[in-house]
Write a protein that binds this ligand. Structure first.
Ligand code: TYD
Length: 224
């Protein structure tokens, strides 16, 4: 084990969040490369999705019309399978798990965006992320939040590929989603690293790296 390990024998769980158009993807891949260069095994995954079943649920939830409760249940059903089949085994092996979205997205999109009952989401979170070996829920060790003004994100998306059910929603929806992320951060400040996503890619990348370096999970030389 090197100097930059999370507590011995345990993996590291990092999630990436932000409204559509915030530009997470390239940085997730970059961070995977940075950890691999240190000799860490990286599990790169996403939500909804990450297992054969959860990918089927993703296709449904991103394309088929349904009511908000159904949407929330499918997000958490996909998450349950993903946790059991992929995330928990990877963390037990000591992998670095990089996950493109996790439960904060459900609070932000279904809760704040759609207006779905936050208490019900909290109950689902407890059911799905409860653990046998700990009183604490499974949560990411770090959530990197790409914070971007919804109107800037909308302009970026306008030139992108064909939108899914969420991407086609109006800017007001994304303003509520962004507020959802702010509230989630307020509720768990230590877990979040907020970064300004309205900067050149190289600047955003520096912010991503420094969030990880400052926690001691990558060496300081990564920043130079
Ligand atoms: P995203 O992760 O942005 O993937 P892509 O880059 O392929 O579009 O898309 C997933 C969409 O699902 C995004 O619009 C947010 C939404 N979503 C929710 O509404 N709730 C959730 O719990 C999750 C994980 C995602």
């Amino acid at each position: 084990m090197g100097d930059h390990q999370h507590p011995a024998g345990h993996g590291l769980f990092i999630s990436f969040e932000g409204i559509d158009g915030a530009g997470k993807s390239t940085h997730i891949n970059g961070l995977a490369d940075a950890f691999r260069a240190l000799g860490r095994t990286v599990t790169l995954t996403r939500e909804p999705g990450g297992t054969p079943l959860a990918e089927k649920l993703r296709a449904l939830v991103l394309n088929d019309a349904m009511d908000p409760l159904c949407e929330a249940l499918l997000m958490f059903a996909a998450r349950r399978d993903h946790l059991r089949q992929v995330i928990e085994p990877a963390l037990a092996r000591g992998d670095v798990v990089l996950c493109d979205r996790f439960t904060d997205a459900t609070f932000a999109y279904q809760g704040y965006g759609r207006g779905f009952d936050l208490d019900v989401l909290g109950q689902l979170e407890r059911w799905v992320q409860g653990r046998d070996d700990s009183d604490r829920l499974r949560q990411p060790d770090l959530t990197i939040w790409f914070d971007l003004d919804p109107s800037v994100a909308a302009a970026r998306l306008a030139s992108a590929r064909s939108p899914d059910r969420f991407e086609s929603l109006p800017v007001e929806f994304f303003a509520r989603v962004a507020e959802g992320y702010r509230q989630r951060q307020r509720g768990d400040v230590g877990r979040f690293a907020r970064l300004n996503a309205d900067q050149p890619v190289s600047q955003v990348w520096r912010s991503v790296l420094s969030a990880v370096v400052s926690r001691g999970w990558l060496p300081a030389q990564s920043l130079s």
